[in-house]
Structures are given as C-alpha cells and as structure tokens.
Design a protein around this ligand. Sequence first.
Ligand SMILES: NC(=O)c1ccc[n+]([C@@H]2O[C@H](COP(=O)([O-])OP(=O)(O)OC[C@H]3O[C@@H](n4cnc5c(N)ncnc54)[C@H](OP(=O)(O)O)[C@@H]3O)[C@@H](O)[C@H]2O)c1
Length: 325
Amino acid sequence: MQYRKMGKWGVKLSAIGLGSYLTIGYKIDDKTSRNTIRTAYDGGINFFDTADAYNKGEAEKVLGKYLAEYDRDSLFILTKCWLNITGHVNGGGLSAKHIFEACHASLKRLKTDYIDLYMCHRPDPDTPIEETVRALEDLARQGKIIYWGVSEWPAHHIVRANRIAREIGARPIGISEPRYNLLYRYPERNLFPTTEAEGIGNVVFSSLAHGMLTGKYKPGEQAPADTRAADDDTSTVIKKLYWTEEDKKKALELVRIASDMGVTAAQLAIAWCLKNPAVTSVITGATRVSQVEDNLKAVEITIPDDVSEKLDELYPPPETVECEH
Ligand SMILES: NC(=O)c1ccc[n+]([C@@H]2O[C@H](COP(=O)([O-])OP(=O)(O)OC[C@H]3O[C@@H](n4cnc5c(N)ncnc54)[C@H](OP(=O)(O)O)[C@@H]3O)[C@@H](O)[C@H]2O)c1
C-alpha cells in the first residue's frame, strides 16, 4: 500500500480507501461486510469512508461494529452530514445545530470517541458559511472531530470557506471529496487547481463509474445478475449517469488496453485516478472480497505515457469547466 499526505496536512491516508455506499450495512450481509473490511485492512487500507445518509445510519453502524476490531489509531474514519435523515425541520443542512446533533449521532453509531474527518456532504445555500465553519471548529476544539472537509462543493465555495476560516482563526478544509473517473473528468478543470493552491487533499469517489468501467456491462445486453445495475434498489445512479451503449463499448476498449498491460480494467481505472497528483486516495466500493483484492492491486500499477495517451483519446478531458447535464 502507498500512503499519501492529505494535501498540505501532516496525516497520511492509504491511496486506496474503502467506502460504504450501497454496500456495507445495506446490500451486503454482515459476514461479507466484515470480510471486505478485514481484507481492506489487511491490505493496508487505513481510510474508511461513510456518511449518516448511507442507508440512514446503517452503514455507520455496521462499519463501526467491525472497525472496532482494530486499533483506533490505525484507522482514519471519515463520515458526513447534510442530508435530512430524520425528517425534522432542522434535521438536515449545515446549520450549527444540525452539525452538532448529526455529529453526536454519528459518533454513537460508529462507536468511536472522535471522527478523523467530518464532512459537509453537499453545500447548504440556507446557512452562512461562517456558521458552518465555526460549528466544525467548535467540534474540533471539543475533541469530537479532528479535520473537516467538503464533498462536491464548487471551487469558489471552497475558497470562501477557507478565507472565512483564516479570518476567524478556525482550521481550514482538509479534504474535498469529488466524483472523479475516466468518464467524469470535470474536477481537473477547476476543482483540482483550487484544492492544490489551498493545500487541500482530494479523496475521489465512483472511480469505476458504479462498475461501468470494469467492462462487465456489455453493449446490447442486460446487466448481469448480482451487479449494481441489475438491482432496482441500487441501479438509479448508474442508469442515470453512465448507462449508454457508447459507455459500454468504450469500457470494452478499456478492458483491451488493460489486458495488454496484464491488469484488469478496474485496476487501470483506479490507477488512472491515482496518477493525478491532486488525488490523495481513491474511495473504492465492493460487494465481495474478490473486488477488494482486485482493487487493492491498482496501487502497484504505473501507467506508461503511451497508455495515458490512449486513455485520453478514449475518454477525452472535458471542454467545459462544469458538467452541463
Ligand atoms: N461524497 C459522495 O457524495 C459520495 C458519492 C458516492 C460514493 N461515495 C463514496 O465512495 C465510495 C465508492 O463509490 P462508488 O460505489 O460509486 O464506487 P465505484 O467504484 O464506482 O463502484 C463500486 C461498485 O462497483 C462494483 N465493483 C467494485 N470493484 C469491482 C471490481 N474490481 N470488478 C467488478 N466490479 C466491481 C461493485 O458493485 P457490484 O458488484 O454491485 O456491481 C461496487 O459496489 C462509496 O462507497 C462511498 O463511500 C461518496
């Protein structure tokens, strides 16, 4: 395993992380959850990503139960707040009240005394950034969280939050968590230059485009059984964002390029993300142990320049700064 500094900060995260969206505490049973976590940990993963929103707290509960089997100081646990999972009027967003209450609920579910990095899952246009920044600094000073971060925040929001943090003597952002993969390269345009300038790390999600970049979805065919796209409960995002005949055909070409290198398409897609110096870690998701084992090997891959060029041709960088759909 490689360990990378979180932007300018002193802490180091494994270059591969394990996430828990649609898997741990939801679609995979307890035994598989424990085994995937164990395989990840034994493979050198110290960074585990979750959110209160993932199956309304169930992902945190199961992750917390099995992470309790390891030394706390060997782990870096990231969780998030923002989505309203209780339905109460103040049960979501980034107000000081919600951040305070959501953090305590996550600590209980995770069965831990502190969260390594607490993340604002999305921006909240109804709350002044200063209120959010102060609330996170207060939690840090109370010993409940160590660092804080943001997911899918636009670059200008990040710059503003950090400016406010500096003005009020609060700690600035440690991590940004964007979607990033061969089919979605927008962070290269605006976000990564900003986070690099601010000393912020990036832990990126959906590096396999929900499985599309593994090549398991074939043109003209139904999704194979036991895959995310075949399940009505988990297929919404992949069907909305990536389910085109063109994406399936491109994935077959990705498989061909990868097999010429003696690796799997999943490994190449993850290694491609890791090649970008703005990326601290790739958060992987897995429904079985064999996927964790496959994905862990991505850290061993060095992508030669001619392969990078082929990937740029197959998956060109975007011409616009932001995604237009
Ligand atoms: N901050 C945010 O808003 C946000 C959003 C999304 C995700 N995340 C985090 O990022 C993590 C990863 O996101 P993601 O699930 O979208 O990632 P992804 O890597 O694009 O998709 C993961 C899914 O792909 C399939 N897969 C994984 N490895 C494979 C392999 N080697 N071969 C074949 N299939 C493989 C599995 O699904 P099947 O086996 O079911 O096909 C797995 O559940 C999440 O768990 C979560 O912690 C954060």
